[in-house]
Design a protein around this ligand. Sequence first.
Ligand code: F6P
Length: 512
Amino acid sequence: MQHTAEWNALRLHQTTLQDVHLRDLFADNPQRGDNLSAQAHGWFLDYSKNLLNSKTIDLLAALADKADLRKKINALLDGETINVTENRPAWHAALRHPDPPPEVVRELNRMDDFIKQVHNGRWQTVVNIGIGGSDLGPAMATTALRAFAHQGLDVRFLSNVDGAHFEMVTDGLTPAHTLFIVVSKTFTTTETLANTQTAKAWLTNALGTQKVNDHFAAVTAHPDRAQDFGIYPQATFTMWDWVGGRYSLGSAVGLSLMMAIGSGAFKQMLAGMHQMDEHFRSATWAENLPALIGLIGLWNRNFWARPTYAILPYSQELALFTPYVQQLDMESNGKSTRAEGTPVATSTGPVVWGQPGTNGQHAFHQLLHQGSDIIPVEFIGFCRPNHDRTTHHDLLMANLFAQAAALAFGSGEGETNTDSDPHQSFAGNRPSILLLGEQLTPFSLGQLVAIYEHKVFTQASIWNINPFDQPGVELGKTLATGISSELAGTTKPKSTHDSSTQSLIRKYLALR
Ligand code: F6P
C-alpha cells in the first residue's frame, strides 16, 4: 500500500496538517464537532478531536477502496477462506447470523438445554477454565453484563497456570456445588490442561472419585480429546476450526456467559453483533463505525507514527474490555509478514493498553497530558447507566468529556505565556475519538465487540496481513515444554541453552 498513489496522497496531506493545532481547526469551523462525527444504531462516534479534516476522510476512504476493503468484508462475512496461512475461513459472523449453519443452531440449542440444568439449583458456582480467547471474551462480557446476571450463580474465570490463581478462584467454593467448564479450542493448551487436572484433584479430595466427571463440561473443536479427560459427550460442546479463539465469544466459548445472563440475553448479544456485521458490510466508509475507527487508527499509526494507543472506557463494567481488545488487536495485527509471505514495509499493529476512567486519571493520564510521547486515545462511554446512582454517572461522564477536551485543547493560551509556570503548561493537540453509546446492554455489548473485531480487520486489510493466525506465540510454548521437563527432573538441564537461561534454571533449582 505504501507505494500507491493513495498512500502517497495521505503522506503529502499529513504535511499540510503538521503545524496545525486542534484549537485552530475548531476555531476555523464552529460545526466541526458535528461535522466530524458519525452515528449508527445507537452509537455516536466523535472523531473531531484528531488532526484531520474532511479531506483526510476522503483520502482514507480512497485507500480503503484501493485495498479492496469492501470485497474483503464480503469475503469475511460470507465465510470465504480468508485465513490463508491456515487455509480456512474466519467465519465468526456465522455464529451470530439470524439464519446460521445447522451445526451452529444445534450447539446453541444444546447450550440452551444445558443451562436449564444449571439454573435448577444444583450448581452455585461455575468456573470457566481457559486462557486467551477461551477466557478473555467470556470474562469480559460476564463482568460487563453483571446487571443482567441471574442472581445466585457465581461465575468465575481461571486462566493462569500460576497455582495462586487456582487458589484465588476456588477460595471459599463448595466442591459439591461447583461446575468446571474447560474451554480450549485445541484441548492441548498446557495451562488449561494443568488447571483441569488440579480441579479434578480438588474435587476428588473432597468428594471421592466416583462423581467427579459430573462436575465438568467442555467446549472444544476436538471433542475426542475432552472425552479422553473423562468429560461426558453430553456435556461437551463443539466449536469449529473456522472460529478463531479471539473471535469466539459468540460460540459455545460463551457458555459460562450464557449461564450468567441466560440464553435470551446471550442471543441479544448475538443480534447486536450481527447488526454491526451488516453495518460494516453496507455503510459508506464515512458512516461506517468500525471502518472509520480503523482508518483513523491507521492515520495515527502510519502517518503520525504513533506506536501505541489507549482504550479508556468510562464504565467500570467494561473493566476487562481493554485486556480483551489487547488480544483481539495485538494477536491479530502484531505481524511483520504480509499474507502472501513478503515482509511488510509499514508499521502494523500498535500497542494497546488502558483501564477504566476515572481510575486511569489518577494513574497514567499525567503522561497522556504532558508526556513527551503523543498517545491517541479511544474513549468509550454510555448515556444511561445500569444503576440508579445518577449523580455518580453525571460525575463520571463529566470527567470523560473533560479529559477529551483537555487532551485536545490543553490549557488555552497558558502555554504561550512565558510568565506562566512551565510546569502548568498543557499544550493539548493530543488526539482522541469518543464512542458514545446509549446504555450498556447485551445488545450494545455485542455491537461494541463487533465494532472492534471489524476495526482490527479494516487495518489488517490495508496492511495486507492475515489477522487470523498467531504463529508468534508458538516458539515460547515449545521452549517452555522443554524447560518444564527439565524442572520436573524428567530430562537433564540442557547445556545448549544460552548462558542466561542456564543460570536462571540453576538458580531456580537451587532455591525452590
Ligand atoms: O495464546 C495463543 C493461543 O493460541 C490463543 O490464540 C488462544 O486464544 C489461546 O492460546 C488458547 O487456546 P485454546 O483455546 O486452544 O486453549
